[in-house]
Design a protein. Sequence first.
Lengths: 287, 268
Amino acid sequence: MQNDNLQRRLLLDIPSGFLLLFFVLPLIALVVLSFWQTENYKIVREWTLLNYGTLATESAYITFFLRSLAMAVGVGVALVAISWPIAYYIVRYGGRYRTIFSLLLVIPFLSGEVLRLIALQGMLGPAGLVNGALIRMGAAPLRMIMYSNAASFIAFIYLYLPLVITTIYLSLINFDFRLAHAASACGANRFRVFTEVVWPLNLSGTVVGFMLAFIPTLSASLVPRFLGGPNGTLYGMSMAQQFGESGTWALGAAMGVVLFLFSAIALAILSFGVDLRRTGFTGLGRQ
Amino acid sequence: MRPHFSDAIIKWSLAAFLIIVFAFLYMPIVHILFASLSSRPNFPYPPEFNISSYIRLSTNTVYQSAFANSLILAACTSVLSTVLGFLATVGVLRFGGKRALFYAIFFAAPLFVSEILLGISSMALYYLLFELQGNMLTAIIANTVHCFSFSFLIMTAMLYKYDWRMNEAAVVCGASPLRSFIEVMLPITWPGMMGSLITAFVLSLNGLDVSFYLLGATPTMPAVAWGALRYGVKPELYALSTLINLVVFLLVIALLISVGLKGKAGRG
């Protein structure tokens, strides 16, 4: 019993302590910093709400934020809509090729954001594949996909698609399709089987997939900087600039807190709508 | 007859959609593979075979030192996050009890905080507490926080069905806990560990957001690539990107083969 307790403490407390020290504590530091001020690249340790006042009143920051929010919601919804049929096909009809399909998703995901953006630039840029082909065929290049919010949108879809498909795939592969057959045997048509059985029972996996795309999109800094063009500044990019060029760390920290709070609120709203038991979650503990 | 017919339509339209989406995912990768091998990187069709951009990459000392830094960072991060992730997995699955869900959510929480926030907040902490500009150690730690969640989830998925009584059986038969780990648990669970090592390694090798704020003046490969990107894409970057994709591809194939062999051996 003594030994068991010791093991338990080692196994659970070492990772917990690690996360508390290097994950929770930094976030607390960010919150503290957001209530201070930066003057001439120096941090002034006086409590103030000025940073949040600036963020709430200056129209540029409000525009950036609303644009980021719209982008993140759009990307999340589009990704769920694209990922569901893919994951469904792999689980239902993939057969023994399931593993290969799911590993094919891993390869683009692992090649890293910067390198994938370079690849995407080769496709979408002014001299890229799409416009190069259009020019060769004698057509005008598509202005829409060069340095615009549309280009950012495509890039976000490209970056997070493997992650969302994999999440929904993992949810569907643990789903018992006999339930769908039962509903259909009881006379439900395909649409009702989907809306009343398959979708609600995989909702928690879908929500996780949505959040895994929503959160990085909301605070993205690389994509808008590289592909967004003049009207594509997003909140995360502006935040990165506070820590880089402008040196206004405290304001940047306040922006970070805003991003964190909105991610947390989105997560709370979505998980409030999900009843874990109703979504087929059976718990982790198997004593 | 009718239901069969519409089933087939659904199946084939889903398959067509799948092919389109996978083409979308792989077209840029294949495009830069051709671009890296061509003397006309903008529109490399018809494909050529010209390795001059690879030669320029291999003689560029900036990339060499950055790549060495990235390797150190990625190796330390992958080992550290796999060890921590393994402890967390065993802790939650075996000793979690009523609080298993609470711990699982806590261990997965870094996934729900974007990398850039992780980088910025760690930088803020070290700066406020120690006036520290950031070095390799802080970068490894911050990357580990991010990769830890991936390691935890991968190993939890692999170990979820593991029968803990096997460890107890080994101990009852006289094995020390260490021996029961090496001889019973390790052979069964190593695909999960390999998956976690590979994922953490590649994620931290290629991640820019976390390292960027924590490394100070030490260049890493994605940081150099990002710097080069702002002055226009060069064929060397295509070559670098293709090489990384190739390594990832080989690692995944190796993992697939080893898991497949093990599955066959286990089943029959």
